[in-house]
Design a protein around this ligand. Structure first.
Ligand SMILES: Cc1cc2nc3c(=O)[nH]c(=O)nc-3n(C[C@H](O)[C@H](O)[C@H](O)COP(=O)(O)OP(=O)(O)OC[C@H]3O[C@@H](n4cnc5c(N)ncnc54)[C@H](O)[C@@H]3O)c2cc1C
Length: 375
């Protein structure tokens, strides 16, 4: 039975690569662009642990910078420092990641067809006609068509690579800005790259351009002075949690198409790699239908807790966000994150901090919980 994969992004290529040794048929990946990795949408921030354990391609040439933590900035300028003792995050060259995955997929035996656009209907039909296994790994566009109810969690994003004035202080931290002026539904970010440049951007409902201007002002207030814009790119970030991975008989969803991104940040590279491994294991053991349960086991609880956190954050006013920052600092949140924080498994720390907030700010927590349930 052949495996047909719609989409040669990181999800489709990871799956093709993990299917090395599949002997029951051929693996075909259909990618609409003539080259993999372009156009780039993504920031490329991943945990170092996730990069090594799950993404699993050689790091040579891939990592642009490494970080020990992040400065989260509240609407009124309060800073919550999430910092570990060693480097925990990396920003990677996204195009190169996909090129590496492509090479590995091809050497694993997959046929990656470039410039091969598929329609959803045409793809489903050929899966059926050929008696194949079909995998839709075509990104958020397919999620929005197949799961329209999740559209409110798809946020337009805009980002820029910029040159900054020489002296910008330490570059082993990135910035995350919260509040209505930066984003409705997520946050804005500023990430130092290797050589006097930053990648800055935001994802938001509403006016993204206006918010980008505000981000530039906020950056200069924290000492990051932009002197030149180098390139602009963007896309759609998804934060609404996992959807059912079954799209029909022997037709499965993977990656952004399946909502396999972190609801707290929209990051998808580590989770789609975990999901691609679950799907390849299911196919290799001749039980593709086991993928749904396997991916729920691997990511379900974590993503559920993160979605509650996302909904709660989305429901808070700027004043409440400021109060939350204050409260988190008072209950020792920075120390807890310093010793137990993880970019990919956030639920344990989230639950611990919620328990502490319940004791110190029960009204704030109850209000966020109630509003998030109504969201
Ligand atoms: C602005 C932004 C910033 C982000 N930052 C991060 C980050 O810092 N860290 C992180 O982990 N994640 C980040 N993400 C999320 C991450 O980019 C995605 O989770 C990841 O790219 C999803 O991979 P995918 O293969 O599922 O989908 P995609 O990357 O969208 O790939 C889908 C592929 O399918 C192809 N395709 C689409 N339609 C068709 C068709 N009809 N026929 C054939 N081929 C088709 C596309 O050309 C593409 O190559 C970000 C996303 C955005 C938009």
């Amino acid at each position: 039975m052949d495996v047909l994969v719609l989409g040669g992004g990181p999800a489709g290529l990871q799956l093709a690569r993990f299917l090395k040794g599949y002997g029951d048929g051929d693996v075909y990946v259909y990618e609409e662009h003539e080259r993999v990795g372009l156009p780039q949408h993504c920031t490329g921030l991943v945990s170092i642990e996730g990069l090594r354990k799950w993404i699993g391609v050689g790091e040579r040439g891939l990592v642009l910078n490494r970080f020990r933590g992040a400065r989260f900035v509240s609407p009124s300028g309060k800073v919550f420092l999430a910092r570990r003792g060693s480097e925990v995050a990396a920003i990677i060259e996204r195009k190169l990641l996909e090129e590496k995955l492509y090479e590995e997929a091809v050497s694993a035996g997959a046929r990656v067809l470039l410039g091969a656009r598929q329609t959803l209907g045409g793809f489903a039909l050929s899966v059926r006609k050929r008696g194949a296994i079909g995998v839709i790994a075509g990104g958020t566009g397919f999620l929005s068509v197949l799961h329209g109810e999740k559209r409110e969690f798809l946020l337009p994003a805009l980002q820029l690579d910029v040159r900054v004035e020489d002296e910008v202080g330490d570059t082993d931290h990135l910035y995350v800005f919260l509040g209505e002026k930066f984003s409705r539904g997520l946050f804005a970010w500023a990430i130092p790259l290797e050589d006097g440049t930053y990648r800055v951007g935001l994802a938001s409902r509403g006016n993204v351009l206006l918010r980008l201007k505000y981000l530039m002002l906020a950056l200069s207030r924290v000492g990051v002075k932009v002197v030149k814009r180098l390139r602009v790119f963007g896309g759609a970030v998804y934060t609404g949690g996992m959807v059912d991975v079954y799209a029909g008989d022997r037709l499965f969803l993977l990656g952004d198409s399946a909502g396999q991104t972190k609801p707290t940040t929209g990051g998808g590279l580590v989770y789609l790699s975990i999901a691609a491994r679950a799907l390849s294991d299911a196919i290799l053991s001749d039980r593709p239908e086991a993928y749904g349960e396997a991916v729920k086991r691997a990511l379900g609880r974590e993503m559920h807790v993160q979605l509650l956190v996302r909904k709660a954050l989305n429901s808070l006013s700027d004043a409440e966000l400021d109060e939350l920052f204050q409260a988190l600092k008072e209950v020792g949140g920075e120390e807890i994150v310093a010793s137990e924080g993880s970019m990919d498994v956030q639920s344990a720390v989230a639950l611990k901090l919620s328990a502490k907030l319940f004791l110190s700010r029960p009204t704030l927590l109850a209000s966020a919980a109630l509003k998030s349930l109504a969201f």
